[in-house]
Design a protein around this ligand. Structure first.
Ligand code: FE2
Length: 260
C-alpha cells in the first residue's frame, strides 16, 4: 500500500559533493567518484530506512561542469522513482545543471512540499567563484518562500556553509552574507533545519530552535578544524534525516563500511 504523504515522519537521504567527472576514466585524488557514489547508494539501499521519501543532493554534483557528468548523475539517481532535490555547488554549472536535471524526478532550486514539511532549495553559488553568497535578490526570494510556507516546517538546503566551521581555509568560502541569511531566517518561526554540503564533513549544531547540519561527501572527507587543506581518512558517507509531523528531527550520519 502506498504510504500516505500526510502526517507521518518523512525520511530524507542527503548525499553531497559527489564530484562526478565528464570522463569516466578521470580520478579525483585517485578516487573514482562514480564508484564511491555507487557504493553509497548500494549501502543506503541495504538500510532499513530505504526507500526515503526524497534524496537531497546539496551541490558539487559534478567536478568539471560537463553535461556527461550530469547525465551520469541523472542515470544513477533517476532510476529509483524518488524525488531528487538538488542545489548547485561551486563546481556546478547552474544553467547546465538545471537543463540536464529539468525533468522529474529531479528538482533544482525553488521550493517543494512533502507531507508536513517544505524544502527550500537555495542557490548560494557565484559564477566563477569558489565561495558562496546569497545577495539581496536571493534573500528577498528566501523571505518570500518562507512566508509562503508559513504553518509548515521548513528545511533550507544549500551548498555552502552559512556559519564558520572552524577550519580557516574552508571558511574562506562560506556564505559571505551568512548574517543577512540568519536575519531573514530569524524573521520566520517555521524554519527548523538548515543543511549543507561543501565542507566534506559531518557536523551538527544548534542555533536556538534551528538545527544546523552538514553532511559528509560521497567521495572524500576533509579533516575538521584544520587551518589548511587536509584530508580525513573517513570513508564515503551520507546523512539520514527523519522529519516528524510535529517538527522534530532525528538524524544520523552513516559511512560506507559501517552499518548504523
Ligand atoms: Fe563545494
Amino acid at each position: 500500500m502506498a504510504k500516505s504523504r500526510k502526517s507521518r515522519p518523512l525520511t530524507v537521504l542527503q548525499i553531497t559533493d559527489t564530484h562526478l567527472s565528464t570522463n569516466p576514466e578521470a580520478r579525483l585524488r585517485g578516487i573514482d567518484t562514480a564508484r564511491t557514489l555507487a557504493t553509497v547508494l548500494e549501502h543506503a539501499q541495504g538500510d532499513q530506512r530505504w526507500p526515503p521519501d526524497a534524496i537531497l543532493a546539496t551541490g558539487d554534483i559534478v567536478h568539471d561542469e560537463g553535461r556527461a557528468a550530469y547525465e551520469r548523475f541523472r542515470s544513477m539517481l533517476g532510476a529509483y522513482g524518488l524525488p531528487v532535490l538538488c542545489v548547485p555547488g561551486n563546481h556546478d554549472d547552474s544553467a547546465l545543471m538545471r537543463e540536464a536535471l529539468a525533468a522529474a524526478p529531479f528538482t533544482v532550486g525553488g521550493s517543494i512540499r512533502l507531507g508536513d514539511w517544505a524544502f527550500v532549495l537555495l542557490d548560494t553559488t557565484i559564477v566563477g567563484e569558489e565561495g558562496g553568497r546569497l545577495g539581496a535578490r536571493r534573500l528577498l526570494a528566501l523571505d518570500a518562500a518562507l512566508r509562503n510556507e508559513a504553518g509548515r516546517h521548513v528545511t533550507i538546503c544549500m551548498h555552502h556553509q552559512p556559519i564558520p566551521m572552524g577550519s580557516a581555509w574552508l571558511d574562506d568560502s562560506r556564505v559571505e552574507d551568512g548574517d543577512a541569511f540568519f536575519e531573514v531566517v530569524d524573521a520566520h518561526a517555521n524554519v527548523r533545519l538548515v543543511v549543507w554540503g561543501h565542507v566534506h564533513q559531518a557536523s551538527a549544531r544548534r542555533r536556538g530552535r534551528i538545527r544546523l547540519l552538514s553532511a559528509p561527501s560521497t567521495c572524500m572527507q576533509f579533516r575538521p578544524n584544520s587551518a589548511t587543506f587536509a584530508l580525513d581518512d573517513l570513508p564515503p558517507g551520507m546523512r539520514w534525516l527523519r522529519l516528524d509531523p510535529d517538527g522534530a528531527i532525528d538524524t544520523a550520519v552513516d559511512w560506507v563500511g559501517h552499518r548504523s
